[in-house]
Design a protein around this ligand. Sequence first.
Ligand code: NAG
Ligand code: NAG
Length: 211
Amino acid sequence: IDLMDLASDILQPKGDDVARISWYLRDIITRYQETFSVIEKCPKPVIAAVHGGCIGGGVDLITACDIRYCAQDAFFQVKEVDVGLAADVGTLQRLPKVIGNHSLVNELAFTARKMMADEALGSGLVSRVFPDKEVMLDAALALAAEISSKSPVAVQSTKVNLLYSRDHSVAESLNYVASWNMSMLQTQDITKSVQAMTENKELKSVTFSKL
Ligand SMILES: *[C@@H]1O[C@H](CO)[C@@H](O)[C@H](O)[C@H]1NC(C)=O
Ligand SMILES: *[C@@H]1O[C@H](CO)[C@@H](O)[C@H](O)[C@H]1NC(C)=O
């Protein structure tokens, strides 16, 4: 968070009365939120690779990503209470769904304490910890390459449906994926993927059309 940049927007908001100032501020907050939500709305999987401090807006950013890796020197801090505000661009909405440990989420959000890499791994905020930044980046890029070797129809359909089911009941989500697949199951990617599997070929050797 660039506090200086934030100060002009938030501390001296434009407008002639409470309603107009509030209207203006709501507009700004919504725009800030959208800068993180677009990561989630992007149908392609997004991998966050964290080293050093991931503070305030950093947590808003990584909780909107699909997979999180970190280096041993990483720490995570929901810093907003320390600057006198409630996190308003995603952390409070997404972190509980990411780690599911509500007592821990509440503790982090109320105290702004640092959570170190091992605890982040133990709580499920990150799925792997690496000795340093270089090793982590290699692993993150290898993961991206692995995912990108698969059918884009399958991968992107999977992201859309995982996100849908996070926010809906099992019954609603099953209904959603049935409607989704009645068209997506007709993809040529299934034939290609299954053929590669039966012929013991690597998926990397298969070319899927661009999506
Ligand atoms: C919740 O987080 C705390 C602190 O990291 C940890 O000790 C505890 O095992 C976690 N509980 C669950 C159910 O994950
Ligand atoms: C529907 O598509 C998703 C994502 O491509 C896939 O994981 C799932 O197995 C499919 N469901 C059925 C019933 O084929």
